[in-house]
Design a binder for this molecule. Structure first.
Ligand code: FES
Ligand code: FES
Length: 161
């Protein structure tokens, strides 16, 4: 199979690779670039654990070929951080509201909710719950995740970075 050369900006850094056309974006991130914060659960688009941002929009990295991201910007959980501890407001809110237990769903949840808070900085609880219907969590019961998202939205609107 002819290998393809691609160049992707990942978490602000341009990365190049030569890959098989059938390689998924998730496998590129995890195996070529060691960005193992992107998790793989179902590997067929159901669980949301592999969600990353592609040009600012959430995508299932298990359902995309790496070559489809050529020339685009990808943000993984490793690139979401903002403060001196490397955590965004949303990540800090997750920690404070006990929005994670095993953490397997967390990178995907954070990507999905980061997109929501950019699109809609003042979401209702219903809007938060609706947007995470595509991200499965087996541990938390979702209550902490919803509180964290609503609290992060309040704090971002108040100017916290
Ligand atoms: Fe991609 Fe489950 S691993 S949606
Ligand atoms: Fe364990 Fe969500 S914290 S799956």
């Amino acid at each position: 199979m002819t290998r393809k050369t691609l160049s992707i900006e990942i978490n602000g850094q341009v990365r190049a690779a030569e890959v098989d056309p059938r390689l998924t974006l998730a496998d590129l991130l995890r195996h070529e670039f060691d960005l193992t914060g992107t998790h793989l659960g179902c590997e067929h688009g159901v669980c949301g654990a592999c969600t990353v941002l592609l040009d600012g929009r959430s995508v299932r990295s298990c359902l995309m070929f790496a070559v489809q991201a050529d020339g685009k910007k990808v943000t993984t959980v490793e690139g979401l951080g903002g403060d001196a501890n490397g955590l965004s407001v949303l990540q800090r809110a997750f920690r404070e509201h006990h929005a994670l237990q095993c953490g397997f769903c967390t990178p995907g949840m954070l990507a999905t909710l980061t997109e929501l808070l950019i699109d809609n900085p003042d979401p209702t609880e219903g809007e938060v719950r609706e947007v995470i219907t595509g991200n499965l969590c087996r541990c938390t019961g979702y209550a902490g995740i919803v509180s964290a998202a609503l609290d992060a939205a309040r704090r971002i609107r108040a100017g916290e970075i």
